[in-house]
Every structure is written in C-alpha cells, then in structure tokens.
Ligand binder design. Structure first.
Ligand SMILES: Nc1ncnc2c1ncn2[C@@H]1O[C@H](COP(=O)(O)OP(=O)(O)OP(=O)(O)O)[C@@H](O)[C@H]1O
Length: 267
C-alpha cells in the first residue's frame, strides 16, 4: 500500500472527522472536533490528563455514543470498521484470559471474519505476518498472561495489524516501554506510515511525538492547534495549558533557555 504522490506529499484522505461531540455522565468531553488525516501521515494527539484523547479515539471507533460524522477512506465508520486497527491502553485488555499470542492476535481479525466463522488460510497468514512484524514469532504459542509489559504492547500492535488496516489508532503506545521496545515500535510505525497508512497516536511522550509525528494536534475537549511539531509545542495554547514552552533540540525555537540540556524537559 503506498498512496503517496510523486512529490512524497500524502494526497489521499483516510480519516475525516467532522463536528465530533461526546458527552459522558452529562458532561461535554469532546466538543466539536474536526480532523482530517491523509494516507502516510502520523499525527500525534497531545493534551493534558482528562483532555478527551482516549474518548475521542473510542468515539471514532464507534465504541461510545457521539454526534458528528466519522468516515474512513470515504466510508462511514460503521461500514469501515475492518479498515481500522486500534491499540488500546495495555490495561484495557484481559491479559488473564487463557489464550496464546497467536489467538489474541487473531481476535484482531473479528471485524473481517465475523464472530461465527472459522478463520481461514488468509486469516492465519495475516496473523503470522503481524506477529513477525512485532518480532514475537518465537513466542507465538505462549499464553498472553505470561508476557512482560513490552511483549504485551507488541501483541496489541500485532492484533491491530492483523486487519492490514488503512488507519491505525494508537492509545499511548509507548507508556512503560524500555528503549529497545520503544525503538522497535517507532521504527514499525514509521514503516507503516511509509506504506501509506494513516496513524493517529495519543501520547504524553513529547520526545517521541515531536520526532516521529509529521503533525501534532493539541486537544483540550476541542482541538486548540493542529500543525507541525515546532509550531504546536511553541504555541500560546501549549503555554497556557502547561505553563511553559517545551524545549526539544531541533524542535523548539527557544532552545537557548533549555534547563540542563534535558531533551525531554519542560521548562
Ligand atoms: N466512563 C466515563 N464516565 C464519565 N466520565 C468519563 C468516563 N470516561 C472518561 N470520562 C471523563 O472524560 C474526560 C476525558 O477522559 P479521557 O480518558 O478521554 O482523557 P485523556 O485525555 O485520554 O486523559 P489521560 O491523558 O489521563 O489518559 C475526563 O474528564 C474523564 O473523567
């Protein structure tokens, strides 16, 4: 899959969100979000705790009641669920369920197989390709309950990839990972974007977001700013929310004021 233009600019719209509103317990948690993401883009969704990032992803998937429209590759999300791979936060998966990695990854194909059909050759091939991409082939038969946190994160990514998705929604994929696992996943996400998939990723890891994402969106119930990393991390919106500007070498304009040269530092 590679749908970039000859100039390397993504041209195809994969995700189109218009006027997304979500209320939870009578409170407006997502308030009028519009977002378009093209094939090949990796968009970081940033914002403070409680800003509505997870809610927004879950609403896009149709897991929460919402108003507004969501389309994937021109189809309403209700008819495009098989085009979307979702990586939830690790604690949301039932790790004590007695299944192997292989079977856990196969659950990612339910949107294509249906609940009552047996998986076929194509399904097994897709599952094994996904497991290979996260480098878990040696452990494919191991029960998921016996895995480390980093291995579990790779299972969730493989489960999302088993659908061969056009859109990937990743909810805090780097939380609690060691450096090699984080590098494996950032490399994989870059490859997936280069293949023409669209990626939206929530994260509190500013360093990865700034370096890996082509665009950042700052969310606080609504999108306050959507632009290149340097523009967002140096914006008045960022300063208003976090009380300071972020200092990342190669990203922030005002590196001279950086405290102690810590690339992850928020001044
Ligand atoms: N099931 C629920 N019922 C009522 N309110 C909820 C529910 N789930 C989340 N909320 C509220 O919705 C708001 C947005 O929560 P959400 O988890 O989407 O934020 P977030 O940006 O992902 O935060 P974090 O960075 O802490 O993960 C919060 O105020 C939260 O308290």
């Amino acid at each position: 899959m590679n749908r970039r233009s000859g100039a390397g600019t993504p041209v195809d719209e994969v995700l189109a969100i218009r006027g997304l509103h979500v209320e939870l317990a009578g409170r407006r948690v997502v308030d009028g979000v519009d977002l378009r993401v093209a094939a090949g883009e990796m968009v970081g969704l940033l914002g403070p705790n409680g800003a509505g990032k997870t809610t927004m992803l879950r609403a896009v998937l149709g897991l929460l009641k919402r108003s507004g429209s969501v389309a994937v590759s021109g189809r309403p999300i209700g008819k495009a669920r098989d085009l979307v791979g979702y990586v939830p936060q690790r604690h949301e998966f039932s790790w004590d369920f007695p299944i192997s990695i292989e079977n856990a990854v196969m659950t990612g194909r339910v949107a294509r197989i249906g609940w009552f059909r047996r998986p076929g050759v194509t399904d097994f091939r897709a599952v094994h390709e996904a497991i290979d991409r996260v480098r878990l082939a040696d452990l494919a038969k191991r029960p998921v309950g016996e895995l480390s946190g980093g291995q579990r994160q790779r299972v969730l990514v493989a489960r999302a990839l088993a659908l061969n998705p056009e859109l990937l929604l990743l909810d805090e994929p780097f939380t609690g990972l060691d450096v090699p696992t984080q590098e494996l996943l950032t490399g994989l996400f870059a490859e997936l974007a280069a293949e023409g998939r669209a990626i939206v990723m929530t994260t509190h890891d500013l360093y990865s977001a700034a370096l890996e994402c082509s665009r950042l969106c700052l969310l606080d119930r609504r999108i306050l700013i959507d632009g290149e990393p340097a523009e967002v991390l140096n914006s008045v919106h960022w300063r208003r929310l976090f009380g300071a500007r972020v200092l990342l070498p190669g990203v922030a304009a005002d590196v001279a004021a950086s405290p102690a040269g810590d690339p992850r530092g928020i001044a």
